[in-house]
Design a binder for this molecule. Structure first.
Ligand code: KG4
Ligand code: ZN
Length: 343
Protein backbone atom coordinates (compact mmCIF):
# COMPACT_ATOMS: atom_id res chain seq x y z
CA UNK A 1 0.00 0.00 0.00
CA UNK A 2 1.23 3.57 -0.70
CA UNK A 3 2.48 5.49 2.33
CA UNK A 4 0.13 7.65 4.38
CA UNK A 5 1.53 11.20 4.49
CA UNK A 6 0.39 14.09 6.70
CA UNK A 7 1.32 17.55 5.39
CA UNK A 8 1.44 20.76 7.44
CA UNK A 9 1.27 24.25 5.91
CA UNK A 10 1.83 27.44 7.94
CA UNK A 11 3.77 29.77 5.62
CA UNK A 12 1.27 32.63 5.73
CA UNK A 13 -2.19 32.97 7.34
CA UNK A 14 -3.57 29.46 6.81
CA UNK A 15 -2.98 26.73 9.38
CA UNK A 16 -3.61 23.77 7.13
CA UNK A 17 -3.23 20.00 7.34
CA UNK A 18 -3.72 17.54 4.50
CA UNK A 19 -3.51 13.76 4.50
CA UNK A 20 -2.86 11.72 1.36
CA UNK A 21 -2.28 8.05 0.67
CA UNK A 22 0.00 7.99 -2.37
CA UNK A 23 -1.84 10.33 -4.71
CA UNK A 24 -5.27 9.97 -3.13
CA UNK A 25 -6.51 12.89 -1.05
CA UNK A 26 -8.05 11.77 2.27
CA UNK A 27 -8.34 15.02 4.24
CA UNK A 28 -7.83 18.74 3.74
CA UNK A 29 -8.52 20.97 6.76
CA UNK A 30 -7.81 24.71 6.80
CA UNK A 31 -8.11 27.25 9.61
CA UNK A 32 -7.49 30.77 8.36
CA UNK A 33 -6.60 33.82 10.45
CA UNK A 34 -7.48 36.16 7.54
CA UNK A 35 -10.27 37.87 9.51
CA UNK A 36 -7.71 39.02 12.10
CA UNK A 37 -5.65 40.74 9.37
CA UNK A 38 -8.46 42.49 7.44
CA UNK A 39 -8.34 45.70 9.48
CA UNK A 40 -4.60 46.02 8.77
CA UNK A 41 -5.11 45.54 5.01
CA UNK A 42 -2.50 42.74 4.90
CA UNK A 43 -1.13 39.79 6.87
CA UNK A 44 0.56 40.76 10.17
CA UNK A 45 3.33 38.17 10.77
CA UNK A 46 3.12 38.07 14.58
CA UNK A 47 -0.65 37.71 14.52
CA UNK A 48 -0.36 34.87 11.96
CA UNK A 49 2.26 33.00 14.04
CA UNK A 50 0.14 33.15 17.19
CA UNK A 51 -2.93 31.94 15.29
CA UNK A 52 -0.95 28.94 13.96
CA UNK A 53 0.05 28.01 17.52
CA UNK A 54 -3.54 28.28 18.70
CA UNK A 55 -5.09 26.22 15.88
CA UNK A 56 -2.46 23.58 15.12
CA UNK A 57 -3.61 20.78 17.42
CA UNK A 58 -7.27 21.15 16.50
CA UNK A 59 -6.53 21.21 12.75
CA UNK A 60 -4.42 18.04 13.01
CA UNK A 61 -7.16 16.28 15.01
CA UNK A 62 -9.81 17.33 12.51
CA UNK A 63 -7.74 16.09 9.54
CA UNK A 64 -7.18 12.68 11.19
CA UNK A 65 -10.94 12.42 11.82
CA UNK A 66 -11.73 13.37 8.23
CA UNK A 67 -9.24 10.82 6.85
CA UNK A 68 -10.48 8.19 9.34
CA UNK A 69 -6.93 7.35 10.43
CA UNK A 70 -5.00 7.50 13.70
CA UNK A 71 -1.86 9.55 14.27
CA UNK A 72 0.07 6.30 14.72
CA UNK A 73 -1.00 5.19 11.20
CA UNK A 74 0.90 8.07 9.55
CA UNK A 75 4.00 6.82 7.69
CA UNK A 76 5.68 10.19 7.07
CA UNK A 77 5.29 13.90 7.84
CA UNK A 78 5.73 16.65 5.29
CA UNK A 79 5.92 20.34 6.15
CA UNK A 80 6.37 23.67 4.38
CA UNK A 81 9.89 24.78 5.35
CA UNK A 82 9.95 27.87 3.06
CA UNK A 83 9.45 30.35 1.56
CA UNK A 84 7.09 32.35 3.78
CA UNK A 85 6.90 34.33 7.01
CA UNK A 86 9.68 33.01 9.24
CA UNK A 87 7.74 32.95 12.52
CA UNK A 88 4.77 31.31 10.83
CA UNK A 89 6.95 28.69 9.10
CA UNK A 90 8.68 27.81 12.37
CA UNK A 91 5.38 26.84 14.01
CA UNK A 92 4.74 24.28 11.25
CA UNK A 93 8.31 22.99 11.16
CA UNK A 94 8.42 22.62 14.97
CA UNK A 95 5.08 20.82 15.04
CA UNK A 96 6.03 18.39 12.27
CA UNK A 97 9.46 17.79 13.83
CA UNK A 98 7.91 17.03 17.22
CA UNK A 99 5.47 14.55 15.66
CA UNK A 100 8.17 12.85 13.58
CA UNK A 101 10.47 12.56 16.58
CA UNK A 102 7.80 11.28 18.96
CA UNK A 103 6.44 8.71 16.48
CA UNK A 104 9.85 7.82 15.03
CA UNK A 105 8.71 8.56 11.46
CA UNK A 106 10.52 10.41 8.64
CA UNK A 107 10.00 14.11 8.02
CA UNK A 108 10.18 15.91 4.65
CA UNK A 109 10.74 19.67 4.78
CA UNK A 110 9.41 20.89 1.42
CA UNK A 111 9.15 24.04 -0.66
CA UNK A 112 5.78 25.81 -0.61
CA UNK A 113 6.05 26.89 -4.27
CA UNK A 114 6.75 23.41 -5.61
CA UNK A 115 3.96 22.10 -3.37
CA UNK A 116 1.49 24.40 -5.19
CA UNK A 117 2.37 22.51 -8.38
CA UNK A 118 2.52 19.08 -6.73
CA UNK A 119 -1.14 19.29 -5.72
CA UNK A 120 -1.92 18.72 -9.40
CA UNK A 121 -0.75 15.11 -8.94
CA UNK A 122 -3.85 14.53 -6.78
CA UNK A 123 -6.23 15.31 -9.63
CA UNK A 124 -4.44 14.28 -12.81
CA UNK A 125 -3.74 10.67 -13.71
CA UNK A 126 -0.18 10.89 -14.84
CA UNK A 127 2.90 12.76 -13.77
CA UNK A 128 3.69 14.55 -17.01
CA UNK A 129 7.27 15.78 -17.34
CA UNK A 130 8.74 17.93 -18.61
CA UNK A 131 6.08 20.62 -18.28
CA UNK A 132 6.07 24.37 -18.32
CA UNK A 133 4.75 25.70 -15.00
CA UNK A 134 3.09 29.05 -14.40
CA UNK A 135 3.31 29.68 -10.67
CA UNK A 136 1.23 32.63 -9.53
CA UNK A 137 0.72 33.34 -5.84
CA UNK A 138 0.66 36.27 -3.43
CA UNK A 139 4.43 36.47 -3.24
CA UNK A 140 5.64 34.86 -6.47
CA UNK A 141 5.03 34.88 -10.21
CA UNK A 142 7.32 32.70 -12.27
CA UNK A 143 7.51 30.62 -15.40
CA UNK A 144 9.25 27.33 -14.68
CA UNK A 145 10.52 24.42 -16.65
CA UNK A 146 9.64 21.36 -14.61
CA UNK A 147 11.90 18.49 -15.63
CA UNK A 148 11.19 16.59 -12.42
CA UNK A 149 8.98 18.13 -9.77
CA UNK A 150 11.00 16.81 -6.82
CA UNK A 151 14.52 17.05 -8.21
CA UNK A 152 14.80 19.40 -11.19
CA UNK A 153 12.90 22.67 -11.60
CA UNK A 154 14.43 25.58 -13.55
CA UNK A 155 13.23 29.20 -13.42
CA UNK A 156 12.78 30.65 -16.93
CA UNK A 157 11.39 34.01 -15.80
CA UNK A 158 9.91 35.87 -12.83
CA UNK A 159 8.28 39.12 -11.94
CA UNK A 160 10.70 42.04 -11.74
CA UNK A 161 8.45 43.90 -9.27
CA UNK A 162 5.02 42.89 -7.88
CA UNK A 163 3.71 39.31 -7.94
CA UNK A 164 0.38 38.76 -9.71
CA UNK A 165 -1.47 38.11 -6.43
CA UNK A 166 0.13 41.17 -4.89
CA UNK A 167 -1.12 43.26 -7.84
CA UNK A 168 -4.67 41.93 -7.31
CA UNK A 169 -4.43 42.76 -3.59
CA UNK A 170 -3.00 46.26 -4.14
CA UNK A 171 -5.49 47.21 -6.87
CA UNK A 172 -8.38 45.93 -4.74
CA UNK A 173 -7.14 48.17 -1.95
CA UNK A 174 -6.97 51.30 -4.12
CA UNK A 175 -10.42 50.49 -5.48
CA UNK A 176 -11.69 50.18 -1.90
CA UNK A 177 -12.81 46.58 -2.36
CA UNK A 178 -11.03 45.09 0.69
CA UNK A 179 -8.58 42.29 1.45
CA UNK A 180 -7.56 39.78 0.14
CA UNK A 181 -8.18 41.33 -3.25
CA UNK A 182 -8.01 38.42 -5.69
CA UNK A 183 -11.41 36.84 -5.06
CA UNK A 184 -13.05 40.31 -4.67
CA UNK A 185 -11.77 41.50 -8.07
CA UNK A 186 -12.68 38.14 -9.62
CA UNK A 187 -16.31 38.64 -8.45
CA UNK A 188 -16.52 42.34 -9.42
CA UNK A 189 -15.09 41.55 -12.85
CA UNK A 190 -17.97 39.19 -13.62
CA UNK A 191 -20.26 42.25 -13.65
CA UNK A 192 -18.05 44.36 -15.94
CA UNK A 193 -16.53 44.52 -19.41
CA UNK A 194 -12.96 43.30 -19.92
CA UNK A 195 -12.66 45.56 -22.99
CA UNK A 196 -13.82 48.77 -21.28
CA UNK A 197 -10.33 50.12 -20.52
CA UNK A 198 -7.12 49.22 -22.32
CA UNK A 199 -4.65 48.85 -19.42
CA UNK A 200 -0.94 48.32 -20.25
CA UNK A 201 0.63 44.88 -20.77
CA UNK A 202 4.25 45.39 -19.67
CA UNK A 203 7.27 43.57 -21.13
CA UNK A 204 5.31 42.21 -24.07
CA UNK A 205 6.71 44.25 -26.94
CA UNK A 206 9.84 45.39 -28.79
CA UNK A 207 13.10 45.47 -26.83
CA UNK A 208 11.33 44.50 -23.61
CA UNK A 209 10.31 41.12 -24.94
CA UNK A 210 13.87 40.53 -26.16
CA UNK A 211 15.35 41.31 -22.76
CA UNK A 212 12.62 40.01 -20.45
CA UNK A 213 10.98 37.33 -22.57
CA UNK A 214 9.53 35.27 -19.71
CA UNK A 215 9.54 37.97 -17.02
CA UNK A 216 6.56 39.92 -15.72
CA UNK A 217 6.08 43.45 -14.39
CA UNK A 218 2.83 44.50 -12.75
CA UNK A 219 3.69 47.67 -10.84
CA UNK A 220 3.09 49.92 -13.89
CA UNK A 221 -0.34 48.35 -14.30
CA UNK A 222 -1.16 49.17 -10.68
CA UNK A 223 -0.09 52.78 -11.29
CA UNK A 224 -2.19 52.92 -14.48
CA UNK A 225 -5.29 51.77 -12.55
CA UNK A 226 -4.57 54.30 -9.83
CA UNK A 227 -4.24 57.11 -12.39
CA UNK A 228 -7.41 56.03 -14.19
CA UNK A 229 -9.38 56.11 -10.93
CA UNK A 230 -8.04 59.58 -10.09
CA UNK A 231 -8.89 60.95 -13.55
CA UNK A 232 -12.32 59.32 -13.88
CA UNK A 233 -14.67 60.51 -11.11
CA UNK A 234 -17.58 58.33 -12.20
CA UNK A 235 -15.62 55.22 -12.97
CA UNK A 236 -17.42 51.90 -13.22
CA UNK A 237 -15.91 49.58 -10.59
CA UNK A 238 -16.83 46.39 -12.39
CA UNK A 239 -15.33 47.61 -15.68
CA UNK A 240 -12.08 48.60 -13.94
CA UNK A 241 -11.90 45.19 -12.22
CA UNK A 242 -12.61 43.29 -15.44
CA UNK A 243 -10.16 45.31 -17.56
CA UNK A 244 -7.39 45.13 -14.94
CA UNK A 245 -7.91 41.39 -14.52
CA UNK A 246 -7.81 40.88 -18.29
CA UNK A 247 -4.48 42.73 -18.56
CA UNK A 248 -2.86 40.48 -15.92
CA UNK A 249 -4.33 37.24 -17.17
CA UNK A 250 -3.53 38.03 -20.80
CA UNK A 251 0.17 38.55 -20.05
CA UNK A 252 0.43 35.49 -17.77
CA UNK A 253 -1.02 33.17 -20.38
CA UNK A 254 0.74 34.69 -23.41
CA UNK A 255 4.16 34.33 -21.80
CA UNK A 256 3.45 30.78 -20.59
CA UNK A 257 2.44 29.72 -24.09
CA UNK A 258 5.53 31.43 -25.50
CA UNK A 259 7.66 29.33 -23.13
CA UNK A 260 5.83 26.19 -24.33
CA UNK A 261 6.40 27.11 -27.96
CA UNK A 262 10.09 27.99 -27.56
CA UNK A 263 10.90 24.85 -25.57
CA UNK A 264 8.74 22.49 -27.62
CA UNK A 265 7.02 21.39 -24.37
CA UNK A 266 3.31 20.76 -24.93
CA UNK A 267 2.17 20.57 -21.31
CA UNK A 268 1.33 23.57 -19.14
CA UNK A 269 0.46 23.45 -15.45
CA UNK A 270 -0.85 26.56 -13.70
CA UNK A 271 -0.73 26.73 -9.89
CA UNK A 272 -0.80 29.05 -6.86
CA UNK A 273 -3.53 31.23 -5.37
CA UNK A 274 -4.11 33.30 -8.53
CA UNK A 275 -4.80 30.05 -10.45
CA UNK A 276 -8.15 30.08 -8.61
CA UNK A 277 -9.09 33.11 -10.76
CA UNK A 278 -12.09 32.25 -12.92
CA UNK A 279 -11.03 34.35 -15.93
CA UNK A 280 -7.48 32.95 -15.85
CA UNK A 281 -8.92 29.42 -15.89
CA UNK A 282 -11.30 30.22 -18.75
CA UNK A 283 -8.82 32.06 -20.96
CA UNK A 284 -6.04 29.50 -20.35
CA UNK A 285 -8.38 26.75 -21.50
CA UNK A 286 -9.34 28.64 -24.67
CA UNK A 287 -5.80 29.64 -25.62
CA UNK A 288 -4.28 26.23 -24.85
CA UNK A 289 -6.84 24.58 -27.10
CA UNK A 290 -5.85 26.87 -29.96
CA UNK A 291 -2.12 26.38 -29.29
CA UNK A 292 -2.58 22.60 -28.91
CA UNK A 293 -1.03 22.68 -25.44
CA UNK A 294 -2.39 20.29 -22.80
CA UNK A 295 -3.46 22.28 -19.72
CA UNK A 296 -3.64 21.20 -16.10
CA UNK A 297 -4.97 23.47 -13.33
CA UNK A 298 -5.78 22.00 -9.89
CA UNK A 299 -9.37 22.49 -8.67
CA UNK A 300 -9.79 26.11 -7.49
CA UNK A 301 -10.09 25.06 -3.84
CA UNK A 302 -6.65 23.45 -4.00
CA UNK A 303 -4.99 26.46 -5.67
CA UNK A 304 -4.92 28.70 -2.59
CA UNK A 305 -2.77 27.60 0.37
CA UNK A 306 -3.65 24.21 1.85
CA UNK A 307 -2.07 21.19 3.53
CA UNK A 308 -2.97 18.71 0.79
CA UNK A 309 -0.37 20.27 -1.51
CA UNK A 310 2.34 19.82 1.12
CA UNK A 311 1.34 16.19 1.71
CA UNK A 312 1.28 15.67 -2.09
CA UNK A 313 4.85 16.92 -2.52
CA UNK A 314 6.03 14.77 0.42
CA UNK A 315 4.33 11.78 -1.14
CA UNK A 316 5.92 12.42 -4.56
CA UNK A 317 9.34 12.74 -2.86
CA UNK A 318 8.86 9.34 -1.23
CA UNK A 319 7.81 7.74 -4.51
CA UNK A 320 10.90 9.22 -6.22
CA UNK A 321 13.14 7.74 -3.52
CA UNK A 322 14.27 11.13 -2.17
CA UNK A 323 15.89 10.86 1.27
CA UNK A 324 13.94 12.34 4.21
CA UNK A 325 15.12 15.60 5.76
CA UNK A 326 17.23 15.65 8.90
CA UNK A 327 15.45 15.95 12.23
CA UNK A 328 16.22 19.49 13.32
CA UNK A 329 15.68 21.16 9.93
CA UNK A 330 15.09 24.87 9.99
CA UNK A 331 12.84 27.10 7.94
CA UNK A 332 14.13 29.32 5.14
CA UNK A 333 11.89 32.31 4.53
CA UNK A 334 13.49 33.08 1.14
CA UNK A 335 13.91 29.58 -0.34
CA UNK A 336 13.86 29.43 -4.15
CA UNK A 337 12.09 26.78 -6.28
CA UNK A 338 15.34 24.84 -6.68
CA UNK A 339 15.39 23.99 -2.96
CA UNK A 340 12.61 21.42 -3.21
CA UNK A 341 13.16 18.96 -0.35
CA UNK A 342 15.35 19.99 2.61
CA UNK A 343 18.46 17.86 3.24
O1 KG4 B 1 -0.85 30.85 -3.07
P1 KG4 B 1 -1.59 31.74 -2.17
O2 KG4 B 1 -2.84 31.21 -1.51
O3 KG4 B 1 -0.66 32.27 -1.03
C1 KG4 B 1 0.69 32.55 -1.28
O4 KG4 B 1 1.49 31.58 -1.34
O5 KG4 B 1 0.98 33.75 -1.51
O6 KG4 B 1 -1.92 33.04 -3.00
C2 KG4 B 1 -2.59 34.11 -2.42
C3 KG4 B 1 -2.87 35.14 -3.50
C4 KG4 B 1 -3.46 36.42 -2.95
O7 KG4 B 1 -2.74 37.51 -3.49
C5 KG4 B 1 -4.89 36.38 -3.45
O8 KG4 B 1 -5.43 37.67 -3.67
C6 KG4 B 1 -4.74 35.60 -4.74
O9 KG4 B 1 -3.81 34.61 -4.44
N1 KG4 B 1 -6.02 34.99 -5.17
C7 KG4 B 1 -6.65 35.32 -6.30
C8 KG4 B 1 -7.87 34.60 -6.32
N2 KG4 B 1 -7.92 33.85 -5.17
C9 KG4 B 1 -6.77 34.10 -4.48
N3 KG4 B 1 -6.29 36.16 -7.28
C10 KG4 B 1 -7.16 36.31 -8.31
N4 KG4 B 1 -8.36 35.67 -8.39
C11 KG4 B 1 -8.74 34.82 -7.42
N5 KG4 B 1 -9.93 34.19 -7.50
ZN1 ZN C 1 0.90 29.77 -1.58
Amino acid sequence: MSPLVLGIETSCDETAVGIVRGRTLLANVISSSVEEHVRFGGVVPEVASRAHLESMQQVIKQALLEAKVKLSDIDAFSVTAGPGLIGALLVGVSSASALALALNKPIYGVNHLNAHIAVDALSSDVKIQPSIGLLVSGGHSSILQINNLVTDVVVKGSTIDDAAGEAFDKVARIMGLGFPGGPLIDNQAKLGSKDAINFPRALTQGNDIEKNKYDFSFSGLKTAVSRYLAQTPNFNRADVAASFQEAIVDVLISKSLLACKDSGIEDLVIAGGVAANSRLRELAKQRCEVAKVRLRIPPAALCTDNGAMVAALGSLAISEGVKPSAIGISADSAAGVDQIVWA
